[in-house]
Write a protein that binds this ligand. Structure first.
Ligand code: NI
Length: 387
């Protein structure tokens, strides 16, 4: 590891702990963004702006012309009550950095600090994007893009910590990495009445049950089995008493895929089924399909550079064999503007039983991973610039 990275280690830990202790929810990152702004200012040599109310962008414009490489970190926390016994445990009731965005922010600060000191030797520009609100749809990324943070950017990278990956391992995958997390709501509108006289009602419960089971046939029977799709009904609401047939039952859930074509096709399939079943039983329906973030699809070339950088720094064994997942990430908004790579940084313990999942009240990050993350970001940026 380069001397510059070792030197910044104490800072990385103290930044991360400060952020961990003072988490802020999506779109409310006031103190977090002020903290990031003032730290960046103390490095010198950066052009710092506020693209939105709670985000920060820093531009490091090198002495010589060249490519523009962007790095993104997200800064928001989650509405979770922390259940860790740490000296830097969250000070805020019901708010916690349970996805490691505190680590992301600290690592990007560290990378900016080291690169700012190398300004004279930099050919091109490095852009540090400290984004708000990754966790809450519609997300901060699109707002950042709309504010122009990606203008003239040639390539973009970002790392996300991963608690079920051992510290020292990295996950780098070309092509689809994360899915589009779309969601839907359906209302089955029958006609309520006394449960003892079902023949006088249009029973929305029994019709909704058929809707739920038939929706499962979309993935199993109407979509090519080769395609990756998840359709999950996650909520059913209806009824108020044992002897009353409710007039309306509400169903909602999520659809995940990597394919834009399927994102257009699935809502049509859903409506066909809902329409057919409700019509068959004299009920009516309403359906709403909401597009979430776009899928995260890594660029082959940028990903190759990230992979080779990891191998050069830590050897081929440091690359964990990861598979794409059905989660979502608004990093995809940046990828509409420039090719890039989203890769994982292991922050877990060797003993997997000690690692809690992301968004869990006991989620934690092994701080030894912070210097690894900075070292990789730093070297990937340098390799992209000279390539
Ligand atoms: Ni996250």
């Amino acid at each position: 590891m380069s001397g510059a990275v070792v030197q910044v280690e104490d800072k990385l830990i103290s930044w991360r702990r400060y952020l961990h202790q003072n988490p802020e929810l999506s779109f409310e990152e006031i103190e977090t963004s002020n903290f990031v702004y003032s730290e960046l200012l103390s490095f010198g040599g950066l052009e710092i702006t506020r693209p939105t109310k709670t985000s920060v962008m820093a531009r490091l414009i090198g002495a010589q012309p060249g490519k523009v490489i962007a790095i993104r970190a997200d800064m928001d926390a989650l509405p979770i009550e922390e259940d860790n016994e740490l000296e830097f445990k969250s000070k805020k009731t019901g708010v916690m950095h349970a996805c490691g965005h505190d680590a992301h922010t600290a690592m990007l600060l560290g990378t900016a600090k080291i690169l700012a000191d190398m300004k004279e030797s930099i050919k091109g520009e490095v852009r540090f994007i400290f984004q708000h609100a990754e966790e809450l749809f519609p997300g901060g990324a699109q707002q950042m893009v709309d504010a122009g943070v990606m203008d003239n950017v040639d390539q973009i990278i970002c790392t996300h910590v991963r608690s079920n990956m051992v510290t020292g391992q990295l996950g780098v995958l070309a092509g689809p990495v994360l899915a589009s997390p779309d969601s839907f709501s359906i209302k089955v509108i029958g006609s309520g009445g006394h449960a003892a006289k079902p023949h006088q009602n249009i029973d929305s419960v029994i019709i909704a049950a058929q809707v739920v089971t038939n929706l499962q046939q979309i993935v199993s029977r109407y979509i090519d089995p080769i395609d990756d799709v998840v359709l999950s009904v996650t909520q059913i609401h209806g009824g108020t008493a044992d002897n009353v047939t409710p007039g309306v039952v509400e169903i909602s859930g999520t659809v995940r895929t990597f394919d834009q074509r399927l994102r257009e096709e699935i809502p049509l399939e859903m409506e066909r089924i809902v329409k057919g079943i409700t019509e068959a039983h004299r009920a009516a329906y309403e359906i709403e399909y909401r597009n979430g973030y776009r899928p995260v699809i890594n660029d082959e070339e940028v990903t190759e550079v990230v992979k080779n950088t990891v191998i050069d720094l830590y050897g081929a064994d440091a690359l964990d064999k990861i598979r794409r997942g059905m989660g979502g990430e608004d990093f995809s908004a940046y990828l509409q503007k420039a090719p890039g790579c989203f890769f994982y940084l292991g922050v877990g313990e060797e003993n997997m039983e000690k690692n809690y999942p992301h968004h869990h009240p006991k989620f934690n990050v092994n701080e030894e991973a912070l210097t690894i993350g900075v070292n990789v970001l730093l070297n990937v940026v340098q390799n992209l610039m000279t390539k």
